[in-house]
Ligand binder design. Structure first.
Ligand SMILES: Nc1ncnc2c1ncn2[C@@H]1O[C@H](COP(=O)(O)OP(=O)(O)OP(=O)(O)O)[C@@H](O)[C@H]1O
Ligand SMILES: O=C(O)[C@H](O)COP(=O)(O)O
Length: 394
């Protein structure tokens, strides 16, 4: 990686503004999944043990520049304190007197979490005044918020321009794994793309077609490809305006020698409901008034065979409506195949990471990205503003 990291700087006695992504799921004031907090621990513990005064900043949800009581970071501070075994101080403001006083009282090694940065409207607009306020709090900037690296906000990009700015260990690991996969992949290299819509996956499919040996497509977006191949898809999800694009992708795959695998069978339902009647049919036999909500058994077997012979697999997006039990089988089968694979397995965050976690298989993957949108944009080949803003290695 050509960006400076924590190991390139001295932090002892320094005030370090460290952006983390503690945008975690919450219910009734409790953190329900602390994966992202645990993922930032190596950086936080390192900074604290090395004698830095640690000032943590994160967003939670999308409060639109206003104080939203349910989106305060107190439950996150508590969980962080449990996980580190250290006191985690917390302010109720994002900047100003309360924050300045708290910072002035920090001893080396202390940890402070400021309030949800998106309570201030200047965070998402990258307002220079807020950037200045953040820069005045610290001597050094560390970005460990890979999940928010695709946002050019005050605490992710703006402040990085004002202070010496380096990557934390989580950021470094995410960049290293994804860069190696995209630039020097071991082959066969397989990408599995699912999720709801073609429109959200255009750039990632396009980028992967230049890189992979196999592209496996499932989820809602697969039906537009099935239609593009000339089959009837009943009431399944269809993006009429993307049929031509789907045809172009199939053509490009052929020209590039990429095996583009669409489902050969599908789980269909007579309505979008957990109580629906369901059947598994070949894509040649889809009735008019039923809809496809998961990949079928033969498709799962085909995908499993390809995964088993791949040296590298990246997965983004569920294979069906995995939130409903009758349509979770395809997503579960792909997750299991990845868990059993000998090759290197990367889960591209978001819903796929949530699915793998739900099936209890996260530990069996080589890398589960903490980024949803961020990892998707990375896989699209885009430069992420939160990474770009960090200092280059000399
Ligand atoms: N056949 C289908 N018909 C309708 N919806 C589907 C189908 N297959 C999957 N989905 C839905 O797609 C949604 C996930 O797709 P989406 O594109 O939003 O997320 P994703 O690809 O995981 O992206 P991210 O990583 O950003 O979360 C799930 O809620 C799932 O129910
Ligand atoms: O959960 C995420 O993808 C990140 O924390 C970014 O959140 P955002 O989509 O609200 O910017």
């Amino acid at each position: 990686m050509n960006k400076k990291t924590l190991k390139d700087i001295q932090v002892k006695g320094k005030k370090v503004f460290c952006r983390v992504d503690f945008n975690v799921p919450m219910q009734d004031g409790d953190v329900t999944d602390d994966t992202r907090i645990r993922a930032a621990l190596p950086t936080i513990n390192y900074l604290s043990e090395a004698g830095a005064k640690v000032i943590l900043a994160s967003h939670l949800g999308r409060p639109n520049g206003q104080v939203v009581e349910e989106l305060r970071l107190d439950p996150v501070a508590k969980r962080l304190s449990d996980l580190t075994g250290k006191v985690v101080l917390k302010t109720d403001s994002v900047y100003g007197d309360e924050v300045n006083t708290a910072i002035s009282q920090l001893e080396d090694g202390d940890i402070l979490l400021i309030e949800n940065v998106r309570f201030h409207p200047g965070e998402t607009t990258n307002d220079p005044k807020l950037v200045e306020a953040f820069a005045e709090m610290a001597d050094i900037y560390v970005n460990d918020a890979f999940g928010t690296a695709h946002r050019a906000h005050a605490s992710t990009a703006g402040v990085a321009e004002k202070l010496p700015a380096v990557a934390g260990f989580l950021m470094e690991k995410e960049i290293a794994v994804l860069t190696k996969a995209l630039e020097e992949p071991e082959r066969p290299f397989t990408a599995i793309i699912g999720g709801a819509k073609v429109k959200d996956k255009i750039d990632v499919i396009d980028n992967f077609l230049d890189k992979v040996d196999y592209l496996l497509v499932g989820g809602g977006l697969a039906y537009t490809f099935i239609k593009a191949k000339g089959y009837d898809i009943g009431k399944s999800l269809l993006e009429e305006d993307k049929i031509d694009l789907a045809k172009e992708f199939l053509q490009k795959a052929e020209e590039k020698g990429v095996q583009f695998i669409i489902p050969e069978d599908t789980v269909i339902a007579d309505r979008f409901s957990e109580e629906a009647d369901t059947k598994i049919v070949s894509i040649e036999d889809m009735p008019n008034d039923w809809q496809g909500l998961d990949i079928g058994i033969k498709t799962r077997e085909t995908f499993a065979d390809i995964i088993a012979k791949s040296k590298l697999v990246i997965w983004n997006g569920p294979m069906g409506v995995f939130e409903m039990n009758p349509f979770a089988g395809g997503t579960r089968a792909v997750a299991k195949s990845l868990a059993e694979a000998d090759g290197f397995t990367i889960i591209g965050g978001g819903d796929s990471a949530a699915a793998v976690e739900k099936f209890g298989l996260s530990d069996q993957m080589d890398h589960v990205s903490t980024g949803g949108g961020a990892s998707l944009e990375f896989m699209e080949g885009k430069e992420l503003p939160g990474i770009k803003a960090l200092d280059d290695k000399e």
